[in-house]
Design a protein around this ligand. Structure first.
Ligand code: 73E
Length: 791
């Protein structure tokens, strides 16, 4: 390993050890590790071909993979080797690992789920490709200026990406615009614009299993590099114009989470990566099959939300226009390959495209969508329509073109059946199924929490890493005093390390014995960071009123970005920072209450915060968070949840036991009911003196003394509509927080509750989720299991 690293340093980086920077060392290490994956990767491809396996294609606009070096090293079992080699070379392993920038090619849960699924698909040995976009700029970088969010472009590709292989030979033309000709029963699309999709492959190797899949991300390039005629004429700008236009398509990730931005470029991005992926999988299929009617036996295409929903009409187009299959046969054939995951019920997220826009960019697809619509209406008269009020509704399109539609938690799936797709569900009663989300235990325990990982492994071996339900054996340890002490110590160590980091990065000193209460996720009204903040102010008031009470010391930690155009969310960020400024400088609550909000929350920061958390804030308005996956990461790492009956919280609570979970708030049914009452927010505020006081303080400028009107909009919103029922759940939330305070006072009992969380979270492994998809949706199997069976 040492020699390999030095060779890479010399021959790939052109540096000698005396002059190498951290970057050089990191690249040398990464390339060396990457070399070790290649055989495994090739062999897996060969095995999948030999077994003629069905392949899974996971189409996603987002893959929030974060940093890869630790995953790669640990899945290959190279930790000791790499560490040892670097020590011998006089280098610091941790410094090198931390040098890798996060690949932030996603907004939040949806993109992170796709990344966890890639890890589980490889670990289960299921032949699979992840298909997405190689954005030049991932999610923007966040900083705060006077408490306000400032966005700057993210630049992960300013440095070479160590893990990818460019595939200049894997390139497909992607067409847009123009018109369609129908001649002698033959249809021809004459596009007006063309770009090239070039593949970049990142191998994804499973845990200890020598199986490798591929994450294939597409980059947009111009068909011809530049226009020499224009250049020779001296028109230098025109010479590069078409190049710039083409590259725009993969330039930047849209920064909206659970919202539909509805922009033309977004539609082009969606079609761009979907069409490239379908050409690629068709080429692979046709290499060793000739009967397209067998396609569903070999190809399973999973649509990660509606973003790739154009895959339905695109696959039909390819089958009909390029391979001469009848439309009537092509539609069910495509459907048998396609499945769709719904991730949200929020109306602002349901994608719609104006018919005129879609028709201008994808004229043939609009024709095909009309035919799909007619077919559906003929077979199921009165079916909900894809085309309505001049819009193409992508949810309906995805549903109608999928053989299975899944929700992402038990509650969410029921709500999908009862609300957005109620009418389609009546027509197709077996199509909607549930697959509760999961998280990969490799990243979210093994790699991010070495203290706890070692403790568990010492107690029971490392079988749990690929079979997380083994953690139930830890339940027996709650009476083992030595174990429990070590369990507590590992949390304490993580909190001390986090305190150091926060001291260095935010300049705020924390007490590692205080309760670390953490809410990290996108800033959104439905996630109710505002309610958390109001509770913090109420607690501060109570502490000041009763200074002699035995208060449980708290550190409130926030992390998350707001979409750049979401003004209410940005006001909430500013309010958190303004309140922090006042409370953190108040001598009356010193040592008892602190608020920290480190900027630029990302996957790597989550890996730091989650292992150091005591309390996990999962406080969305019931019925709004489809699943959540952060909730699972916290519980797995031994944090207790304070939460509503929303998304996967419901199932987490069932698994960990209601006595190990701080429940509060209205249920989804009660939320819907409460909204019917006129003036529910005002009534709730009037009934809560504590809340009234807090709102009064904010309204009168207590936290913005030089700009007292700053938060009138926020307070006015709570009085006048409060769509997410912050006011209605406030008192119940405050009470639950005090129950948490009391519980934390008994450290042994708290640790026992925390252990019950870790020990009960095995079911939430994304390995379990992927097995569910493979069984209920894809009918896909690991070829090695088949070989093992025949052996
Ligand atoms: O509850 C989460 C869920 O855990 C949900 O909000 C999120 O998906 C996670 C994984 O299932 C989600 N993201 C989006 N919709 N739901 C979304 C919508 C549009 C653009 C980007 C993301």
């Amino acid at each position: 390993m040492k020699d390999d690293i030095l060779n890479r340093l010399q021959f790939s980086l052109g540096k000698d050890a005396d002059h190498a920077s951290v970057y050089d060392w990191r690249m040398a290490v990464s390339l060396t590790v990457r070399d070790q994956m290649v055989d495994t990767w090739f062999n897996s491809t060969k095995e999948a071909y030999a077994a003629s396996s069905k392949r899974v294609y996971y189409l996603s606009m987002e893959f929030l993979i974060g940093r890869l070096i630790e995953d790669m090293i640990s899945n290959l079992q190279l930790e000791d080797t790499v560490r040892g080699a670097l020590t011998d070379l006089g280098q610091d392993f941790d410094e090198i690992v931390h040098d890798e920038p996060d690949a932030a090619l996603g907004n939040g849960g949806l993109g992170r789920l796709a990344a966890c699924f890639m890890d589980s698909l490889a670990t289960l040995g299921i032949p699979a490709f992840g298909y997405g976009i190689r954005y030049e700029h991932g999610l923007f970088e966040q900083s705060f200026a006077q408490g306000q969010q400032v966005e700057r472009p993210e630049t992960w590709l300013n440095q070479r990406h160590a893990w990818e292989f460019e595939r200049p030979e894997v390139q497909f033309p992607i067409c847009f615009g123009g018109h369609v000709d129908h001649h002698d029963g033959k249809t021809t699309w004459h596009p007006s614009e063309k770009v090239l999709a070039t593949a970049y492959d990142t191998p994804v190797i499973g845990w200890k299993n020598e199986w490798g899949n591929t994450l294939r991300l597409w980059s947009a390039e111009p068909v011809s590099q530049f226009d020499l005629d224009s250049f020779n004429r001296g028109d230098y700008l025109a010479a590069g114009r078409s190049e710039a236009l083409a590259r725009t398509i993969s330039r930047v990730l849209y920064p909206d989470d659970t919202t539909d931005s509805g922009k033309e470029l977004r539609l082009k991005q969606e079609y761009f990566f979907t069409a490239a992926s379908i050409q690629d999988l068709m080429r692979r299929y046709l290499q060793d099959h000739d009967d397209l009617r067998q396609l569903p036996e070999h190809v399973a295409i999973q649509l990660n939300d509606t973003h790739p929903a154009i895959a339905g009409p695109e696959l039909v187009r390819v089958l009909v226009d390029e391979h001469g299959i009848d439309m009537a046969e092509a539609i069910p054939l495509a459907r048998a390959c396609l499945a769709y995951t719904n991730h949200t019920l929020l109306p602002e997220a349901l994608e719609k495209w104006g018919e005129w826009l879609l028709g201008r960019i994808l004229p043939r697809h609009l024709e095909i969508i009309r035919i799909i619509e007619e077919t559906q209406q003929r077979e199921h008269p009165g079916s909900p329509r894809i085309l309505e009020h001049g819009d193409v509704r992508m949810g309906e399109l995805a549903f109608i073109m999928a053989h299975k539609v899944n929700g992402v938690s038990a509650l969410h799936t029921e709500l999908v059946k009862e609300t957005v797709f109620a009418d389609l569900h009546r027509i197709h009663p077996t199509r909607i199924i549930n697959q509760t989300n999961g998280i990969t235990p490799r990243r979210w325990l093994y790699n991010c929490n070495p203290g706890l990982r070692d403790l568990i492994t010492d107690a029971m071996g490392d079988g749990w890493v690929a079979d997380l339900e083994q953690l139930t054996a830890l339940k027996a340890k709650r009476d083992d005093a030595a174990f429990m002490q070590a369990f507590q110590a590992s949390k304490r160590d993580n909190k001390a390390a986090l305190s150091n980091w926060i001291g260095q990065t935010c300049g705020i000193a924390l007490d590692p014995d205080a309760m670390f209460d953490v809410q990290i996720k996108r800033i959104h009204e439905y996630k109710r960071q505002l309610m958390n903040l109001l509770e913090t102010v109420a607690l501060w008031n109570d502490m000041r009123d009763n200074p002699d009470h035995d208060w449980t010391p708290r550190v409130k930690i926030f992390g998350g970005k707001a979409a750049p155009g979401y003004y209410m969310a940005k006001d909430i960020i500013r309010l958190i920072n303004d309140v922090a400024e006042v409370i953190n400088n108040d001598p009356a609550t010193k040592g008892r209450l602190k608020i920290v909000y480190p900027p630029n929350y990302n996957v790597t920061m989550a890996e730091r915060l989650i292992p150091a958390s005591d309390l996990s804030e999962q406080i969305s308005t019931a019925g709004k968070e489809a699943s959540g996956t952060g909730n699972m990461k916290f519980a797995l790492n031994g944090a207790l949840t304070i939460g509503t009956l929303d998304g996967a919280n419901v199932e987490i609570r069932e698994h960990v036991g209601s006595e190990n979970f701080f429940l509060f708030g209205l249920t989804a049914a009660e939320v819907m009911e409460r909204r019917q009452h006129h003036g529910y927010a005002r009534a709730a505020i009037e009934a809560s003196p504590r809340l009234q006081r807090v709102l009064g303080q904010i309204a009168e400028g207590r936290f913005a003394p030089h700009d007292t009107g700053r938060y009138h909009g926020v307070v006015g919103m709570l009085y006048d509509h409060d769509y997410f029922l912050v006011t209605c759940d406030f008192d119940s939330y405050f009470d639950a927080q005090r129950r948490a305070d009391n519980a934390y006072q008994n450290a042994d009992n708290w640790a026992a509750m925390a252990l019950m969380n870790t020990a009960s979270m095995g079911w939430f492994s994304s390995d379990r989720t992927i097995k569910g998809y493979a069984r209920d949706i894809w009918n896909a199997h690991p070829p090695r299991a088949a070989m093992d069976r025949s052996a």
